[in-house]
Ligand binder design. Structure first.
Ligand code: GLU
Length: 425
């Protein structure tokens, strides 16, 4: 299952699509993008909205709303996860789809961007209800999905189990097994070694590379991780293995702080034996989720959801480096204050791109009908993440902008040049 999430503060919650657009605008102006291309990239290529009537376990019928937004297929088939969460709405899915376009371009993999979601609360649903919902959602998207059209993957609230149902439903409709229609599948049915930890691993590579630039010694680095789902816990574990001290982690139950460092393997084992929740964890002192963000640490890793660093708390953030494991954890309005404070941000479209990178490897392996070793997956994804970081860092220096705007510049430049070559009518 995807990560358990920290509720976002709602006080000054921004519309995530507007947050995405304001960065896009800044980068487009710096690039001197012409109005026509700006308009092409501003509008999602396709937006699909479906009603999904599901028979619940008690025999009642409940109607869920499902979305798939394809922001762009200029670089290749659209790629992006499917989110099952009560907060899903069209604006969120549109922003997340656009972020996928930029993310794939930043790490230079041949995909466009898409995202899907169903407004539901999987924590309150039985496995059978979730299965019917996923199969019904897939059936509604049969014309949209396809190994060369649009390739879904896990996101918040979904994981390998849901991808197995998606792949099976799609395959039945085609009368043959189609592994490459979806990534993030269970290992036994065409999943890739290294995919589970891929996003967290990429966050770790980004954090270690950024620490090198900032001359932060990992052995003296204190790290706080907001969100202890798949991304946050893997990032924490891999950074701990490289000498960092993870002083705080959090999930929906609250935050847990230990000045001497939390034993991450113990925390993961505790969570896994406690129905995925950190509630009652005794290896640390309990603090509030908001306090975690404001701790005196070297590295802050928001790995839950959008809009957790906003104008209401950004002033009080003390970290020297923010590595965005989540998509859109910093609102656009907070960007300037972060820059003024001299905090380096490894932005979402760079820092969490390890997941889609290994999704790409999974798709490649499926198409080859061949399996790579974990060493090969990790070596190649680490190289891609490191090269992407160095490239964005170079562009940030060249344009004298933040790493975030630099990442948008890299992405928009690539997509707009490709659009020009492909042409239109
Ligand atoms: N949902 C993940 C993301 O936001 C992975 C997407 C994918 O692998 O296609 O990057």
């Amino acid at each position: 299952m995807g990560g358990y999430i920290e509720p976002a503060p709602i006080a000054d919650k921004e519309n995530p699509f507007e947050s995405m657009m304001s960065r896009f605008k800044i980068a487009s102006e710096l690039l001197g993008l012409d109005d026509e291309i700006y308009n092409v990239l501003k509008n999602p290529a396709k937006q699909v909205l479906v009603s999904l009537p599901i028979t619940m376990d008690d025999g009642s019928i409940k109607v869920f709303e499902g979305y798939r937004v394809i922001h762009s297929n200029i670089l290749g088939p659209s790629k992006g996860g499917v989110r099952f969460d009560p907060g899903v709405n069209l604006d969120e899915v549109k922003a997340l789809a656009a972020w996928m376009t930029w993310k794939c371009a930043v790490v230079d993999i041949p995909y466009g961007g898409g995202k899907g979601g169903v407004c539901c609360n999987p924590r309150e649903m039985s496995a059978g209800e979730i299965e019917r919902l996923m199969r019904s959602y897939t059936q509604s998207m049969i014309e949209i999905f396809g190994p060369d059209r649009d390739i879904p993957a896990p996101d918040m609230g979904t994981g390998p189990r849901e991808m197995a149902w998606l792949m099976d439903t799609y395959s039945r409709s085609q009368g043959m097994t189609v592994h490459s229609v979806v990534t993030g599948k269970p290992l036994v049915m065409g999943g890739s070694l290294g995919r589970t930890e891929a996003t967290g691993r990429g966050v770790m590579v980004s954090a270690m590379t950024a620490m090198e630039k900032l001359k932060i010694n990992p052995y003296q680095a204190k790290v706080a991780v907001q969100g202890f789902g798949n991304v946050g816990s893997w990032a924490a574990k891999l950074m701990e293995e490289r000498g960092c001290s993870i002083v705080a982690v959090s999930d929906i139950s609250g935050a847990y702080y230990n000045a001497n460092g939390i034993d991450i393997n113990k925390a993961i084992a505790y969570r896994d034996n406690n129905k995925g929740s950190m509630e009652g964890f005794t290896g640390a002192e309990k603090i509030s989720g908001d306090e975690l963000l404001l701790l005196e640490v070297d590295v802050l890793i928001p790995a839950a959801k959008e809009d957790v660093i906003t104008i209401s708390n950004v002033d009080k953030i003390k970290a020297k480096l923010i590595v965005e494991g989540a998509n859109g954890p910093t609102s656009a309005k907070a960007d300037n204050i972060i820059n003024d404070k001299g905090i380096m941000v490894a932005p979402d479209i760079l820092a969490n791109a390890g997941g889609v990178t290994v999704s790409y490897f999974e798709w490649v392996q499926n198409r080859l009908g061949y399996k790579w070793t974990k060493e090969r997956v990790n070596r190649r994804s680490d190289r891609i993440m490191k090269d992407a970081f160095e490239n964005v860092y170079k562009v940030a220096l060249e344009y004298n902008v933040s790493m975030r705007i630099a990442a948008y510049i890299v992405a928009i430049d690539k997509v707009s040049k490709t659009y020009k070559y492909r042409g239109g009518y």
